[in-house]
Design a protein around this ligand. Structure first.
Ligand SMILES: [Zn+2]
Length: 353
């Protein structure tokens, strides 16, 4: 669809069957004169319009992101609606607000359109189907502007606070708290109403509330992590240093004592207490093959080709440089004080140290 990948979660099929069935039952109840076959047709029509409306809501987000020059990773349609994957906050609070707002605005427009269609059609199952789709769209518009992450209204709130305070993280945090409140209220209210009326709409609302609560808490945790990363130094998340090889040791001794059995690793080499480079199995063997008694210093991988970080450097840029698979030596005034890996950063982040 215009280069935007659309994924439909398999749960959608079951929801489609459920929606069609409940619509069919309603049409039967309301318009007893309509034949069963036509009732199925009307139910299918309403279901298609219903799912088409959800899709158009997501498509509006995707198009607004594209217009603002933000790549859209895809649209996913799931049980309770859909979501659009795009880094919608990439271009500042203004575009972020617009990208979030166009979804509910589209639902509102569709709601008005189907309401008008329902009015323009003679009373009967067709008009009823239009009316139903109109109400669903109005509900989607209203529900999605509830001011809590991960709903559209939460993203709008985030963008507003971001613009007012000039602080993106504060916007996210406030919108995440609001999302936990909205989710909690939905869960509590939904369950209470369900025990009173046992209408499945309430149970569905409670389940959606759980998703919203979890989404909001996830956003808050991410903010916590980013804030901790922003204030942390490399030294906070580093592991103890790997064993270091003295630069004067012979290559044959280094091969025996350090490198054999660790063919894929490299070890730091120190001279006068400072790291001068690293030694790997292959770099040691290249020189050692001809003259095993030459010192380690002669087979060095120079420090300029080694990933290093300063102990007092901010952690965030180092962590993003490392990614998940790489490691760096941590130095303080040239002295080896530790090693840092992407895995180590994750461990530090989850430990709450
Ligand atoms: Zn939306």
């Amino acid at each position: 669809m215009g280069g935007i990948p659309v994924n439909v979660d398999s749960s959608w099929l079951w929801i489609a069957v459920l929606v069609t069935y409940s619509l069919w039952a309603q049409i039967h109840l309301r318009y007893p004169s309509v034949s069963s076959g036509s009732a199925v047709a009307y139910a299918l029509l309403a279901a298609v319009l219903f799912f088409g409306s959800v899709f158009l809501h997501e498509l509006a987000h995707a198009v607004a992101a594209r217009v603002n020059g933000i790549p859209v990773l895809g649209i996913t349609l799931v049980v309770f609606g859909g979501y659009t994957s795009a880094r919608s906050d990439e271009k500042g609070p203004g575009p972020a607000f617009v990208i979030s707002a166009v979804g509910p605005a589209t639902s509102l427009l569709l709601g008005a359109l189907f309401w008008a269609l329902s009015r323009a059609t003679a009373p009967g199952p067709l008009s009823g189907a239009f009316g139903y789709v109109g109400w669903v769209n109005l509900f989607m518009a209203g529900f999605n502007v509830a001011p809590g992450l991960p709903l559209d209204g939460g993203r709008m709130l985030e963008a507003v606070v971001w613009r007012l305070c000039g602080n993106h993280r504060r916007g996210t945090r406030i919108a995440a708290w609001a999302g936990m409140v909205v989710g909690g209220l939905l869960v509590a209210g939904g369950f209470v109403q369900f025990t009173r009326q046992s209408d499945f709409l309430w149970l569905w609302l409670a389940i959606v509330g759980i998703f919203i609560f979890q989404g909001a808490r996830g956003s808050e945790r991410q903010i916590d992590l980013r804030e901790r990363l922003a204030h942390a130094r490399v030294a906070d998340a580093m592991d103890p240093p790997p064993p270091a090889i003295p630069s004067t040791m012979t290559l044959s001794e280094a091969l025996d004592r350090y490198l054999r059995g660790h063919e894929s690793e490299a070890f730091p080499v120190v001279e006068d207490g400072k790291v001068i480079g690293m030694l790997s199995f292959s770099s040691a063997r290249e020189v050692g093959m001809h003259d095993p008694l030459r010192p380690v210093r002669d087979a060095l991988i120079p420090l300029s080709e080694v990933l290093t970080a300063e102990a007092e450097e901010p952690l965030e840029p180092v962590a993003s440089r490392l990614g998940s698979g790489r490691a760096a030596l941590v130095l303080r005034d040239g002295e080896l004080v530790g090693a840092i890996t992407g895995g180590g950063v994750l461990r530090w982040a989850s430990s709450g140290r």
